[in-house]
Design a protein around this ligand. Structure first.
Ligand code: ZN
Length: 459
C-alpha cells in the first residue's frame, strides 16, 4: 500500500509524473449511475474539491501551500476548498508540519475513519462481502457459501440479507461498490455473458441492488474494479496509463488511459477474455467466438489441463482455485517427484505464454505504461511472469515492449472484494459533495431522507 499514512516528519512534496488532473473524474455518467440523477454541482468547484482529495489520498499529509502549488490554485482558493472538506469530515488537520522554515504550516490529511464502504465481489462461484474505510482498510469480510448455477437466487437473497444487516449496524457506510463478471452492460444492469454459469445472466444487478437501497450502489465489471483498486492501493508512482489483466475464474481487462477508465459504447470494451488467439483451430467459446483467450488461461481452463495431465493428486475433486494453487506450489518445489515437478513447470510456462499473448494484444491495443497481472493467475509467480514477458519481448515492437512494465499484483488475491469497494471509493473522491448529503457534517452517519434530496453547492 502506498504512503498515505500519517508520518511524524512529512517531507516536502516533489511532483513526479503522476498528475492529479489524470484522476478526476474517473468514470462517465452512465444512464444507470445513481449520481447522474442528482442536482448538478458547480463543475469547477466540485472538480477542485475532488482534485484536492485525490492529492491528499495519493501524497498523504500536505500543507495548504503544497496543495495550492501542486494543483495550480491560489492559497485563498485552497483555504476555502479545504474548509469545506474539513467541515464535511473527510479532511482533518494534523498539526504543525516540521521542516517548514518560513511561516507556520499546518498539515492536512484524509480522515478515512468515518466514511465506510461495502464491497461485494460476484465471481461466478464465489461471493464475498467486505466493509472498508476510505483508505481501503478492511473492517470485516464475509465469505458467502459457494455458489453453483442452481443456487444463484439463494446467493442473491443471502447477499441482500448481509448488506441490510451491515447497513443497519454501521451508519457510516455511505456507498456500495459491486464487481461483477464482464461484459457488464451499463445501460441494462445485466452481465452479457458469464461463461460456465449462465444463470448469472438473468440477474439485473442494478434493479436487484440499486433500487430502494438507502446508499448509492455502483456496479462495475470485475477487471475495471481491479484496475481502480490498483490505482488506489497498488503503490504506483504513475497510474495515468495502466492495464489490469485479471486471470481468475474468468479472464478480463481493465484499462485506465489518461486517468479515465476505458468503456466503449455499452461498457463492454476491453473484453480481453473473448479476443481470439486462434481464430481457425481454436477451442469453441461460449461467447460464439473461437479460440478465446479465456479458453486457455482462465482458472477453469488451467484446472482442465491439470486434470488431463494428472499431476496434482485428487485435482478433479478440487475447486479451480485449489487446483491452480496446488499446481503453482508443485512448480515451485525444489525437491520431490522430479517428473511431476517438471510437468508442472512446463504447464505453468505454457499458461505464461498464453498470458503473454494477452499482453501482446494489450500493448498493441492500448500501449499502457504498466500491465499488472492479477487474481489467481498471478499466484503463478515469476515462472509465469517470465514466460509472458518473453512472448512480449519476442512479438511486440521493441520500443513499445521495452517501455511496458509487466508485474504481478502486489495486492492479496482476495483483493477482488477490495476492488469492488474501490469502485465506490473512487466515486467518493470524484464527487465528494454528493456524499456530503448522505453523511452530513456533524452527523453520526447516514440521513436516509437526504440521499435523494437536492445537494446544495455553497462554495
Ligand atoms: Zn469467448
Amino acid at each position: 500500500m502506498h504512503e498515505n499514512s500519517e508520518s511524524s516528519t512529512p517531507q516536502p512534496i516533489s511532483l513526479p509524473a503522476f498528475s492529479i488532473d489524470h484522476l478526476a473524474p474517473s468514470m462517465p455518467d452512465f444512464p444507470d449511475d445513481p449520481i447522474r440523477a442528482t442536482a448538478p454541482q458547480s463543475v469547477v468547484s466540485e472538480r477542485n474539491r475532488s482534485r484536492t482529495l485525490w492529492h491528499l489520498y495519493h501524497y498523504g499529509i500536505s500543507s495548504r501551500a503544497q496543495i495550492a502549488k501542486a494543483l495550480g490554485l491560489t492559497p485563498a482558493a485552497i483555504t476555502k476548498i479545504t474548509a469545506r472538506l474539513i467541515d464535511a469530515g473527510v479532511v482533518t488537520e494534523t498539526g504543525d508540519m516540521k521542516g517548514s522554515k518560513r511561516r507556520r504550516s499546518i498539515g492536512l490529511k484524509i480522515d478515512s475513519g468515518c466514511f465506510h464502504f461495502i464491497g461485494v465481489k460476484f465471481a461466478r462461484s464465489l461471493v464475498q462481502i467486505g466493509v472498508f474505510d476510505l483508505k481501503g482498510t478492511r473492517l470485516s469480510l464475509t465469505d458467502m457459501p459457494r455458489v453453483n448455477d442452481n443456487t444463484i437466487d439463494a446467493a442473491i437473497a443471502a447477499t441482500h440479507k448481509t448488506i441490510n444487516s451491515l447497513l443497519a449496524s454501521d451508519p457510516d457506510i455511505v456507498a456500495i461498490g459491486m464487481a461483477v463478471p464482464g461484459p457488464y452492460l451499463h445501460g441494462t444492469g445485466y452481465a452479457a455473458l458469464v461463461s460456465s454459469m449462465p444463470h448469472w445472466r438473468n440477474i439485473n444487478f442494478q434493479k436487484e441492488f440499486g433500487q430502494g437501497c438507502p446508499v448509492p450502489v455502483f456496479i462495475e465489471q470485475d477487471a475495471r474494479a481491479g484496475v481502480l483498486a490498483q490505482r488506489l492501493f497498488g503503490g504506483l508512482d504513475d497510474a495515468g496509463s495502466l492495464a489490469y489483466f485479471l486471470l481468475g475464474e474468468g479472464v478480463g481487462l481493465g484499462v485506465i488511459e489518461n486517468g479515465r477508465l476505458v468503456y466503449g459504447n455499452l461498457g463492454a470494451s476491453t473484453e480481453l477474455g473473448h479476443v481470439s488467439i486462434d481464430a481457425v483451430n481454436g477451442r469453441q467459446c461460449e461467447c460464439g467466438n473461437v479460440g478465446c483467450l479465456e479458453c486457455y488461461c482462465s482458472a477453469g481452463a488451467i484446472h482442465e489441463q491439470i486434470d488431463k495431465l494428472g499431476i496434482v493428486q485428487g485435482s478433479s475433486a478440487m475447486t479451480h482455485i485449489e487446483a491452480c494453487q496446488a499446481l503453482f506450489a508443485l512448480a515451485e518445489k525444489k525437491s520431490g517427484d522430479g517428473r511431476k515437478i517438471g510437468k508442472a513447470r512446463s504447464l505453468v510456462a505454457d499458461i505464461g505464454r498464453y498470458v503473454g499473448y494477452g499482453c501482446v494484444i494489450i500493448c498493441n491495443a492500448f500501449n499502457p505504461r504498466r500491465i499488472i497481472l492479477g487474481d489467481i493467475g498471478a499466484l503463478g509467480g515469476d515462472l509465469l511472469l517470465d514466460a509472458a514477458r518473453h512472448v512480449v519481448d519476442e512479438r511486440v515492437i521493441p520500443e513499445i515492449a521495452q517501455s511496458t512494465e509487466i508485474t504481478l499484483s502486489e495486492l492479496p488475491t482476495d483483493a477482488a472484494v477490495l476492488g469492488a469497494a474501490a469502485t465506490a471509493i473512487t466515486r467518493f473522491l470524484d464527487r465528494p459533495s454528493y456524499f456530503r448529503a448522505i453523511h452530513p457534517p456533524g452527523s453520526r452517519g447516514r440521513h436516509e431522507t437526504t440521499v435523494q434530496g437536492r445537494i446544495r453547492d455553497d462554495s
